[in-house]
Design a protein around this ligand. Structure first.
Ligand code: AMP
Length: 368
């Protein structure tokens, strides 16, 4: 079976690495000839996404999926009219638009920040009087790694917020959620409707980019894990989702609040390659190919550390016991995710010691 993947980044690369042992083969749609997935399959796509390049991509595979959500729904509809696409067009249309996500959370009674739709600068003043300050103003589409956001703390910043984001209306203004930490849950749903959930990940960000995750998130009660599983399972079934889905959450004093969904494998799930019985990538491939799902159980505590901007010394990293290096074949650039490191250990204490050893080897000395 050949899987066609929209996007040729590191997520597509790791999907293919997980799919090859099942004799799955791949093609990718990405305009960048040197994208991380390029060594693993046939590459299609051009800068202008011509209909010819899309049709050649459709002809190249049996089943389709995507590794990023910022693709036009019309393209995926075009494929879905001819061949199976997992996750569904509905999953994509909801997850790529923050307003649709918020409406879904409210429909399913999943707690989330109160919000207000913004079409003009005056709406910002109205949002502030309804929701209070600070307000987190976000573009509804296309934002990632904290881009396309403005935290409005004082009303005299309205014109600055509008100058930065006003061109991307409609915007969404969210009430500021005071959280203790950020968590995420990843789950997979098969073509037969079976679901499995990974343990909650505790995610720490640096300058808007995920810096590291610890999984299973320490000090999470069984009730919190069950609550997160209930939320994500409701979403999976509502969307008739097939494949992996991620739900980012805020852990607050009054329980879990949903932040956003991603209809795909996620950076906070990379630990699962070595830390879980079946990784998020393997389970996504199983679901897309119509195979039985694998166990999502964590083998033992894991930490995933992103390599951002500069490569570390490979030998130094690999000299640390139970440490695994994943490089994505990218060139160095400030803020770019170049790879990740997964560490596993018997205990959280041992994990912390190894995290400190890895941190000391990172060129930009990330605070971990
Ligand atoms: P997002 O792109 O929605 O994941 O937002 C990026 C980051 O901004 C999150 O990881 C949070 O740290 C922060 N953030 C987003 N929305 C809110 C909110 N409503 N209240 C407080 N912090 C937020």
């Amino acid at each position: 079976m050949k899987i066609g993947v929209f996007g040729g980044g590191q997520l597509g690369r790791m999907m293919a690495l997980a799919g090859y042992p099942f004799n799955l083969r791949f093609s990718f749609y990405d305009a960048a000839v040197d994208c991380p997935s390029a060594p693993l399959g046939q590459l299609f796509g051009d800068k202008h996404a011509s209909p010819e390049s899309l049709d050649a991509f459709i002809a190249s595979a049996d089943v389709f999926t995507y590794e990023f959500e910022n693709i036009p729904v019309a393209w995926v509809e075009h494929i879905a009219a001819q061949k199976p696409v997992y996750p569904s067009v509905k999953s994509l249309a909801i997850s790529q638009n923050r307003l649709n996500e918020k409406k879904l959370f409210s429909q399913l009674n999943i707690p989330a920040a109160a919000y207000h739709e913004i079409h003009c600068a005056d709406d910002l003043a109205q949002a502030a009087s309804l929701l209070g300050l600070p307000l987190v103003i976000k573009t509804t589409m296309g934002g990632y790694d904290g881009k396309g956001q403005f935290v409005l703390r004082h009303m005299n910043e309205v014109s600055q917020a509008w100058a930065e984001l006003g061109k991307a209306v409609p915007l969404i203004a969210e009430a500021f959620v005071t959280f203790q930490r950020e968590l995420s849950i990843i789950a997979v749903r098969s073509q037969t409707g079976e679901t499995r959930c990974y343990p909650l990940a505790w995610n720490t960000h640096h300058q808007g980019i995920l810096s590291h995750s610890i999984v299973p998130a320490p000090q999470v009660s069984a009730a919190t894990q069950v609550q997160a599983e209930q939320y994500i399972t409701q979403i999976l079934h509502e969307l008739n989702h097939v494949g992996v889905l991620t739900l980012e959450l805020f852990d607050t004093q009054s329980g879990l609040y949903a932040n956003e969904t991603a209809p795909r494998v996620h950076n906070s799930g990379h630990w699962s390659i070595e830390g879980a019985v079946s990784s998020q990538f393997e389970n996504h491939m199983r679901a897309v190919a119509g195979l039985p799902l694998g166990s999502t159980e964590a083998i033992r505590p894991s930490a995933m550390i992103n390599i951002i901007g500069q490569h570390p010394d490979t030998s130094a990293i690999l000299a640390i016991p139970e440490t695994h290096l994943h490089l994505y074949g990218k060139s160095e650039r400030v803020g770019r995710k170049l790879g990740h490191i997964t560490i596993t250990a018997e205990t959280y204490e041992a994990l912390q010691t190894r995290i400190a050893e890895v941190a000391a080897c990172l060129p930009n000395k990330m605070a971990l």
